[in-house]
Design a protein around this ligand. Structure first.
Ligand code: ZN
Length: 141
Protein backbone atom coordinates (compact mmCIF):
# COMPACT_ATOMS: atom_id res chain seq x y z
CA UNK A 1 0.00 0.00 0.00
CA UNK A 2 1.17 3.53 -0.66
CA UNK A 3 1.13 6.02 2.14
CA UNK A 4 1.37 9.74 1.96
CA UNK A 5 3.35 11.58 4.62
CA UNK A 6 0.25 12.63 6.52
CA UNK A 7 -1.54 9.30 6.49
CA UNK A 8 -1.91 6.62 9.18
CA UNK A 9 -0.05 3.36 8.44
CA UNK A 10 -2.82 1.31 9.99
CA UNK A 11 -5.24 -0.74 7.90
CA UNK A 12 -8.96 -1.20 8.28
CA UNK A 13 -10.73 -4.36 7.15
CA UNK A 14 -14.32 -3.28 6.86
CA UNK A 15 -14.45 -4.09 3.12
CA UNK A 16 -13.37 -7.24 1.30
CA UNK A 17 -9.83 -5.87 0.97
CA UNK A 18 -7.93 -4.14 3.74
CA UNK A 19 -7.54 -0.48 2.99
CA UNK A 20 -5.47 2.37 4.35
CA UNK A 21 -6.75 4.05 7.46
CA UNK A 22 -7.86 7.58 6.67
CA UNK A 23 -7.71 8.94 10.21
CA UNK A 24 -5.39 11.78 11.09
CA UNK A 25 -1.94 10.48 12.13
CA UNK A 26 -0.93 11.79 15.54
CA UNK A 27 2.11 9.75 16.56
CA UNK A 28 5.31 8.60 14.86
CA UNK A 29 6.75 5.14 15.59
CA UNK A 30 9.89 3.95 13.77
CA UNK A 31 9.45 6.53 11.06
CA UNK A 32 5.81 5.63 10.35
CA UNK A 33 2.84 7.69 11.39
CA UNK A 34 -0.27 6.31 13.05
CA UNK A 35 -3.62 7.59 14.22
CA UNK A 36 -4.62 7.15 17.88
CA UNK A 37 -6.29 3.80 17.22
CA UNK A 38 -3.51 2.27 15.13
CA UNK A 39 -0.65 3.50 17.31
CA UNK A 40 1.29 0.21 17.84
CA UNK A 41 1.76 1.02 21.53
CA UNK A 42 -1.97 1.57 21.95
CA UNK A 43 -2.75 -1.61 19.96
CA UNK A 44 -0.37 -3.59 22.21
CA UNK A 45 -1.78 -2.06 25.40
CA UNK A 46 -5.32 -2.90 24.27
CA UNK A 47 -4.30 -6.48 23.39
CA UNK A 48 -2.58 -6.90 26.77
CA UNK A 49 -5.63 -5.51 28.60
CA UNK A 50 -7.98 -7.85 26.73
CA UNK A 51 -5.79 -10.86 27.41
CA UNK A 52 -5.48 -9.89 31.10
CA UNK A 53 -9.28 -9.67 31.29
CA UNK A 54 -9.72 -13.03 29.55
CA UNK A 55 -7.16 -14.47 31.93
CA UNK A 56 -8.98 -13.09 34.98
CA UNK A 57 -12.30 -14.47 33.69
CA UNK A 58 -10.73 -17.89 33.18
CA UNK A 59 -9.12 -17.88 36.64
CA UNK A 60 -12.44 -16.93 38.24
CA UNK A 61 -14.09 -19.79 36.39
CA UNK A 62 -11.38 -22.23 37.49
CA UNK A 63 -11.74 -21.04 41.08
CA UNK A 64 -15.48 -21.59 40.89
CA UNK A 65 -14.96 -25.09 39.49
CA UNK A 66 -12.34 -25.90 42.12
CA UNK A 67 -14.86 -25.09 44.87
CA UNK A 68 -17.50 -27.09 43.08
CA UNK A 69 -15.06 -29.98 42.64
CA UNK A 70 -14.26 -29.99 46.37
CA UNK A 71 -18.01 -30.27 47.10
CA UNK A 72 -18.38 -33.10 44.57
CA UNK A 73 -15.50 -34.99 46.16
CA UNK A 74 -17.00 -34.46 49.59
CA UNK A 75 -20.30 -35.90 48.33
CA UNK A 76 -18.65 -38.89 46.71
CA UNK A 77 -16.80 -39.50 49.98
CA UNK A 78 -19.99 -40.07 52.03
CA UNK A 79 -20.02 -43.06 54.38
CA UNK A 80 -22.49 -45.85 53.58
CA UNK A 81 -24.71 -44.79 56.53
CA UNK A 82 -24.71 -41.20 55.35
CA UNK A 83 -25.50 -42.29 51.82
CA UNK A 84 -28.35 -44.54 53.01
CA UNK A 85 -29.80 -41.73 55.10
CA UNK A 86 -29.93 -39.67 51.92
CA UNK A 87 -31.59 -42.39 49.89
CA UNK A 88 -35.30 -41.56 50.31
CA UNK A 89 -34.73 -37.92 49.47
CA UNK A 90 -32.50 -38.87 46.56
CA UNK A 91 -35.08 -41.33 45.28
CA UNK A 92 -37.70 -38.57 45.21
CA UNK A 93 -35.27 -36.28 43.41
CA UNK A 94 -33.97 -38.97 41.06
CA UNK A 95 -35.74 -37.93 37.82
CA UNK A 96 -34.68 -34.31 38.25
CA UNK A 97 -31.17 -35.32 39.28
CA UNK A 98 -30.87 -37.55 36.23
CA UNK A 99 -31.93 -34.68 33.98
CA UNK A 100 -29.61 -32.22 35.76
CA UNK A 101 -26.72 -34.66 35.51
CA UNK A 102 -27.15 -34.96 31.74
CA UNK A 103 -27.17 -31.16 31.45
CA UNK A 104 -24.05 -30.95 33.65
CA UNK A 105 -22.30 -33.47 31.40
CA UNK A 106 -23.08 -31.34 28.35
CA UNK A 107 -21.71 -28.24 30.11
CA UNK A 108 -18.51 -30.01 31.12
CA UNK A 109 -18.10 -31.22 27.54
CA UNK A 110 -18.37 -27.61 26.34
CA UNK A 111 -15.60 -26.61 28.78
CA UNK A 112 -13.47 -29.55 27.63
CA UNK A 113 -14.00 -28.60 24.00
CA UNK A 114 -12.25 -25.28 24.68
CA UNK A 115 -9.83 -26.61 27.31
CA UNK A 116 -9.18 -30.32 26.68
CA UNK A 117 -6.38 -30.39 29.27
CA UNK A 118 -8.47 -28.97 32.12
CA UNK A 119 -7.92 -31.47 34.98
CA UNK A 120 -10.88 -30.27 37.01
CA UNK A 121 -13.25 -30.60 34.07
CA UNK A 122 -11.82 -34.05 33.28
CA UNK A 123 -12.50 -35.16 36.85
CA UNK A 124 -16.01 -33.71 36.74
CA UNK A 125 -16.70 -35.51 33.46
CA UNK A 126 -15.57 -38.83 34.98
CA UNK A 127 -17.70 -38.39 38.10
CA UNK A 128 -20.74 -37.37 36.08
CA UNK A 129 -20.33 -40.22 33.61
CA UNK A 130 -19.97 -42.72 36.46
CA UNK A 131 -23.10 -41.33 38.10
CA UNK A 132 -25.04 -41.55 34.82
CA UNK A 133 -23.81 -45.09 34.17
CA UNK A 134 -25.04 -46.09 37.63
CA UNK A 135 -28.35 -44.31 37.20
CA UNK A 136 -28.93 -45.85 33.80
CA UNK A 137 -27.89 -49.34 34.93
CA UNK A 138 -25.01 -49.45 32.47
CA UNK A 139 -22.47 -50.15 35.15
CA UNK A 140 -21.14 -53.67 35.83
CA UNK A 141 -22.00 -53.51 39.55
ZN1 ZN B 1 -5.33 4.61 11.71
Amino acid sequence: MNYTANQCHGTVCTDIWPRNCTKKPVVERDGKWYCKIHDPEYVEARRAKQSAEADARWKARCHHFALHDAKLKAMVGLTMEEAQALTPALARAAPKLHEATKIALDLVKVVLYDHPDDDIAQTQKQIIEQALAKAEGKEAK
